[in-house]
Design a protein. Structure first.
Length: 90
């Protein structure tokens, strides 16, 4: 026997790095899909747990942002600390 391979060793092969998850959320979800400024929302990822903070331009986007982030591969859960400001249209 050369070595022992544990179940956690095998699972690690399929997990994504936090930085990769963060980049996909910032670039694909927020910028390309929702056309939001990447500086408007802070995305922190630790062990697959995503924390979103910042301000959205309208309240209806909040559940959309959370759902899209939850669908990113490697995301375990999303903690939304997002707020919104309603802009007045003339």
């Amino acid at each position: 026997m050369v070595g022992v391979l544990s179940r956690s060793d095998l699972i690690q092969l399929f997990l994504r790095r936090d930085h990769s998850i963060q980049e996909e959320i910032l670039e694909d979800v927020l910028t390309r899909t929702l056309h939001l400024a990447p500086s408007a929302i802070t995305v922190d990822v630790e062990d697959g747990m995503v924390t979103l903070s910042g301000t959205l331009p309208q309240p209806g986007l909040l559940p959309v942002v959370v759902r899209l982030c939850q669908s990113v591969d490697g995301v375990v859960d999303v903690d939304s600390r997002l707020t919104w400001t309603e802009t007045k249209q003339s």
